[in-house]
Write a protein that binds this ligand. Structure first.
Ligand code: SF4
Ligand code: SF4
Length: 472
């Protein structure tokens, strides 16, 4: 039976409830009044339920779809302004004991080169990442208790935080590793991680088991209940995601929102972020074999409806997507982007030789970070390297209450400008710098609080003189 507060995966992600929601959405997809009333209700930025979101996604009335896109843009602008938070993935190891059929790291793939970075190699990678301007990383590693035990992950996090090279520093390490125990989550929390990210891949249990035929990940309940264990271990910022293209997208979309509702009901805090990856080609993987692959149009609608359904949850798009698609979804709701990414184990310090292929997926947007920053500036966005909340202890419900009261605007906007300024001073090409300086001057005026605006101006001047790391 469906129970949003239950600790059991099959009760909080309840198959019957998803099927009922999809049936109801299908029956009402042309119900103008009902859909219109949901859109109007969502104008208070309090989100909508998984059923209502399912209906918005299914809606086939052009006029109302347009209205939805408008609302998504409005919410994005109102809550996130023009700020886009930047990050890069760092793959530590591609050893993996799981058999995920859509991932080239599955244990049976003999073509791929297996690699695990030593602490010295991590040092080199991190310096290379700092040297292009990154301040926020997402650590990635396959599941392998022998090659990638939790001690290795913890040691790597310590190494990353300890490296100070020129003005470079990694200020926030988010972690994307396999589902683990409450004890391990506690250790990750103590190591000072930002968000714990774990993609569900698909919420459909039977398909999940087929897609994960071997290894610990085969256990649906263990995987689906991981965020509850993370919360129990004290990690209050968690990131959800499904791999669109593995299953019926509508099913996974509803499951994703039910998961968000469960975290809110059981732990008082919804997901910090939602990622929306789509399946990509990779060694041994051909996306066309996944018959549920979704079109750009549907992908955009998913992003827009998510923005309406969970307005306060950050949304992440990686370099899996093309420049064109990224541009479109930025407008509709995405608030975080990776840039200049490598999806191989290593590869930042020295490009990986072709025959060494260790990548998890092919990158669509291959531009270096400075080109991505330049492009965002041209589009009028503020690339932000901000990590302030985590460093100020604003996580979990403390973070959410600040966000919901709107007070976060007095932090995000100045912090975005201050970290962009650091980037411009230390790493940007001359034309990026010129564009960025102009944008900072214009965007300064948008800081709502006068005192904060004045202080930001002072901090910016200090940054011009070489001082660093100011934040609100
Ligand atoms: Fe391993 Fe993760 Fe790839 Fe599955 S998706 S094979 S768990 S690295
Ligand atoms: Fe994110 Fe907090 Fe920085 Fe805003 S102030 S961009 S919410 S870390």
């Amino acid at each position: 039976m469906y129970d949003v507060r239950s600790s059991k995966a099959e009760e909080f992600i309840n198959h019957e409830e998803i099927m009922e929601s999809l049936k109801w959405a299908h029956q009402n997809k042309s119900n103008y009044e009902l859909i219109n009333s949901i859109i109007d209700k969502a104008r208070n930025y309090k989100g909508v339920s998984h059923r209502e979101a399912a209906l918005l996604l299914e809606c086939d009335i052009e006029e109302l779809n347009e209205k939805m896109y408008e609302l998504a843009r409005e919410i994005k602008q109102k809550l996130y302004g023009s700020r886009i938070v930047m990050f890069a993935p760092l793959y530590l190891s591609n050893y993996c004991v799981n058999g995920c059929v859509y991932c080239p790291y599955h244990y049976q793939n003999k073509n791929i080169r297996r690699k695990k970075l030593t602490q010295e190699e991590i040092r080199k990678e991190v310096i290379a990442l700092q040297d292009i301007g990154h301040k926020r990383l997402a650590l990635e590693a396959g599941e392998d208790p022998v090659n990638n035990p939790i001690e290795y992950i913890l040691e790597s996090i310590d190494t990353i935080y300890s490296i100070k090279h020129k003005n470079g520093v990694i200020r926030r390490v988010n972690v994307n590793i396999a589902a683990t125990t409450v004890d391990d989550y506690r250790k990750l929390k103590e190591a000072g991680i930002g968000t714990y990210i774990l993609f569900q891949e698909t919420y459909h249990k039977a398909n999940y088991e087929k897609l994960h035929p071997k290894g610990p990940k085969h256990n649906y309940a263990w995987h689906t209940e991981a965020m509850d264990r993370a919360m129990e271990g004290g990690i209050d910022d968690v990131g959800l995601g499904v791999l669109f293209g593995l299953n019926m997208y509508r099913y996974d979309f509803v499951g994703l929102l039910m998961h968000a509702e469960h975290l809110e009901a059981a732990w008082g805090v919804g997901p910090h972020t939602i990622s929306v990856p789509r399946i990509r080609p990779a060694d041994d993987i051909d996306p066309s074999t996944f018959t549920n692959a979704i079109s750009d149009e549907i992908f955009e609608k998913i992003v827009a409806v998510l923005r309406i359904a969970v307005p306060y949850t950050g949304m992440i798009v990686s370099t899996r997507e093309s420049k064109k698609t990224r541009e479109r979804v930025l407008e509709l709701g995405v608030s975080q982007l990776s840039g200049g990414s490598k999806t191989s184990v290593g590869g930042y310090a020295e490009p990986e030789a072709e025959e060494d292929n260790s990548a998890q997926f092919d990158i669509e947007d291959t531009r270096p970070l400075d080109q991505v920053v330049n492009w965002l500036l041209e589009l009028g966005y503020i690339p932000s390297f901000c990590t302030a909340c985590y460093r100020e202890g604003r996580t979990g419900d403390r973070f959410m209450s600040l966000v919901k009261s709107g007070q976060i605007a007095n932090c995000c906007q100045p912090n975005a400008l201050l970290t962009l300024k650091e980037y411009l001073e230390d790493y940007a090409a001359p034309d990026t710098r010129e564009l960025g300086e102009k944008l900072i001057q214009a965007e300064l005026e948008r800081i709502p609080h006068e005192k904060v605006r004045k202080l930001t101006r002072e901090y910016l001047q200090k940054e011009s003189r070489g001082e660093r790391d100011f934040r609100f």
